[in-house]
Design a protein around this ligand. Structure first.
Ligand code: NDP
Ligand code: 8X3
Length: 253
């Protein structure tokens, strides 16, 4: 297993849910983390709690120039990033395609597809140059298994999966690993965002079901990153034990 104190991880979407849990997992294991997201207050709170091995940095993943500027401005102990967790993402709405809001579709594509590509393109050259690195994308089982209303969201996660597989082809011989983690239902702020602040509707998604937590997914990301450097997990798909493939309709309650 790799020495966790040598990890310098950049995590997108570290202000909530899985991203926050992943940042926490790497710092608590002794690594350094550049924790990013749009909500600066939450990043500051996390930095206050986790201490100097966490560097908070505001970043909207849709802005490629901002990602490059951030990398150029990192303090020395955080410059040699060797794990990139491209986690920032969202689903908006659950309407059938013929009724869906075009603006929701655009935002999902801008965040989950363009944001992922921006994060990877900005961080890859440094990792290739240093001969060490690991891209961990947070995809979803929705990238494999369709469900009603998952239209564009599932499409963006299918993109993440295929993009990661393609990256692996490009990166053979560079020592940079690529992993697409594909979780099933995980209780985070995901449904609150999907249903635009409707707390009752968001809570009903998880009611009576034993779903995964951000910490469960963080453990998967940490395990993939900790494996010896000659081992590269391509895809890691995991669901709650009571979920088969897709959303609640496939779940025992
Ligand atoms: P949360 O809503 O709890 O967290 C999402 C994170 O993404 C937040 O930190 C948010 O930060 C960040 N984010 C959203 N838009 C942007 C943006 N434009 N720029 C930067 N950061 C952004 O949801 P999850 O933790 O569940 O989601 C994390 C990932 O996991 C997503 O990619 C999601 O698709 C995926 N996923 C979720 C599953 C689930 O059941 N929860 C299952 C499978 C995959 P901020 O708003 O501060 O910018
Ligand atoms: C999020 C999981 O099943 O709600 O990727 O789409 S699901």
């Amino acid at each position: 297993m790799l020495d966790p104190s040598k990890f310098v991880a950049l995590v997108t979407g570290a202000t909530a849910g899985m991203g926050e849990a992943i940042a926490r997992r790497f710092v608590e294991a002794g690594g350094r983390v550049v924790a990013t997201g749009r909500r600066a207050d939450r990043l500051a709170r996390l930095a206050g709690e986790l201490g100097e091995r966490l560097h908070p940095a505001e970043l909207d993943v849709r802005d490629y120039a901002a990602a490059e500027a951030l990398l150029a401005s990192l303090p020395e102990p955080f410059r040699a990033i060797n794990v990139v967790v491209a986690n920032a993402g969202l689903a908006l709405g659950l309407k059938p395609a013929h009724e869906a809001d075009m603006e929701d579709w655009r935002r999902m594509i801008d965040t989950n597809v363009t944001g992922l590509v921006n994060t990877v393109r900005a961080t890859l050259p440094g990792m290739v140059e240093r001969g060490r690195g690991h891209v961990i994308a947070i995809g979803s089982i929705a990238g494999d298994y369709p469900y009603a209303g998952g239209n564009v969201y599932g499409g963006t996660k299918a993109f993440a999966k295929q993009f990661c597989l393609a990256l692996r082809s490009d990166l053979v011989g560079t020592s940079v690993r690529v992993t697409n983690i594909e979780p099933g239902m995980t209780e985070t702020e995901f449904s609150l965002v999907r249903f635009k602040g409707d707390e009752a509707r968001a809570a009903s998604v998880y009611e009576g079901a034993e779903v995964m937590s951000g910490a469960d997914v963080a453990e998967m990301a940490f395990w993939c990153a900790s494996l010896p450097e000659h081992v590269s997990v391509a895809r890691l798909q995991a669901t709650p034990t009571d979920q088969a493939f897709a959303r609640p309709e496939m779940m025992r309650r």
